[in-house]
Design a protein around this ligand. Structure first.
Ligand SMILES: NC(=O)c1ccc[n+]([C@@H]2O[C@H](COP(=O)([O-])OP(=O)(O)OC[C@H]3O[C@@H](n4cnc5c(N)ncnc54)[C@H](OP(=O)(O)O)[C@@H]3O)[C@@H](O)[C@H]2O)c1
Length: 298
């Protein structure tokens, strides 16, 4: 990772933070942690720098659900870094309350998909300048645990209808968002053919003990606490373990030139037929372009 510049969304906590620490330990020149958890973000930056014994990490505050904030972030990165070697589209949420971004998009859609759609397009220039830029899209096996996208309900209104708090709706919105992560990866892969860039997706595993599930309520919250507790006792689901595929896809020579693949536990897996649907993927891309006014720049 020497001389490599890496940007990680959702880098203040959980697997984003663990990925930053691991890549700094592998010698990355600069780890840019992006998050809206300011205190956690500065603490993560300081911890990585202390561990590395150098100024390896920086923290940038950004509300990734805001179209304007993501565009400003991309502009700042392009202004400060001639090249970007790795972009890790990692930030994600699970929220049983339907909340809207400042632009009016439901938060799972805005945070998990639209932010990463924009960053992947707006940072292609410095990624290309790297010579072998890598984009890593963090999805979840939840991408296959539902009926897929509904373009008549792209903003996740119907799934919450009549309920102010719903774990089921949160899971459905999460499923759709994680499917979008794979569609984004597949479409980018097609568009980036022959340009020296790679893009892959990874699922980190199940029930990794991070704070992503903290908003769940009732039996879901109880179930999550039990499963996380047991996993932690058995040392099965730490953020560091969950981040192994993030780190491997960002750094390993084994995946040099590999693109368009979905990985679990550092091994390629076929995606479901739903995730391979080219028409849905292309329709999502066009919708995302219109929603954000960002398009493929190359
Ligand atoms: N944990 C699991 O079991 C699991 C399983 C499969 C896949 N994943 C995926 O792995 C990735 C990382 O998850 P994690 O478990 O490490 O989550 P995490 O610990 O909650 O870390 C995600 C970070 O992203 C931040 N974030 C959320 N919305 C943001 C926004 N609008 N702007 C800026 N930052 C924002 C979060 O802040 P807040 O804390 O305020 O939300 C948090 O600091 C996600 O894509 C997730 O879907 C997780």
């Amino acid at each position: 990772m020497q001389n490599k510049v890496v940007l990680i969304t959702g880098g203040a906590r959980g697997m984003g933070r663990a990925t930053g620490a691991a890549l700094a330990a592998l010698g990355a020149e600069k780890i840019i942690l992006v998050d809206w958890q300011g205190e956690e973000g500065t603490r993560a930056r300081d911890a990585i720098n202390a561990q590395a014994g150098r100024m390896a990490a920086e923290f940038i505050y950004c509300d990734l659900s805001s179209i304007g904030a993501v565009k400003a972030l991309a502009k700042e990165i392009r202004g400060r870094h001639r090249k970007l070697d790795v972009l890790i589209n990692n930030a994600g949420i699970t929220d049983p309350v339907r909340r809207l971004s400042s632009d009016g998009f439901e938060m799972h859609l805005a945070t998990c998909h639209l932010s990463h759609f924009m960053l992947s397009n707006l940072l292609l220039e410095p990624l290309q300048a790297s010579g072998a830029g890598r984009i890593v899209c963090i999805t979840s096996a939840a991408y296959k645990a539902g009926p897929g996208l509904d373009f008549d309900d792209i903003n996740n209104e119907k799934i919450w209808r009549g309920k102010s708090v719903s774990n089921g709706a949160a899971f459905n919105a999460y499923h759709r968002a994680k499917l979008c992560n794979i569609y984004l990866m597949k479409e980018l892969h097609e568009r980036l053919q022959g340009r020296g860039l790679t893009v892959n997706a990874a699922s980190p595993g199940y029930f990794i003990n991070t704070s992503i599930h903290r908003q769940l309520t009732g039996v879901f919250a109880l179930g999550a606490r039990v499963v996380f507790g047991i996993g932690t006792l058995l040392h099965l689901n730490t953020p560091e373990q969950g981040a192994r595929t993030h780190v491997w896809l960002a750094s390993s020579a084994e995946v040099e030139g590999v693109s368009g693949e979905y990985f679990e536990n550092c091994a390629p897996r076929a995606v479901s037929p739903m995730a391979n649907d080219q028409q849905v993927r292309q329709r999502l891309w066009r919708w995302s372009e219109e929603a954000t006014n960002v398009s493929f720049p190359l």
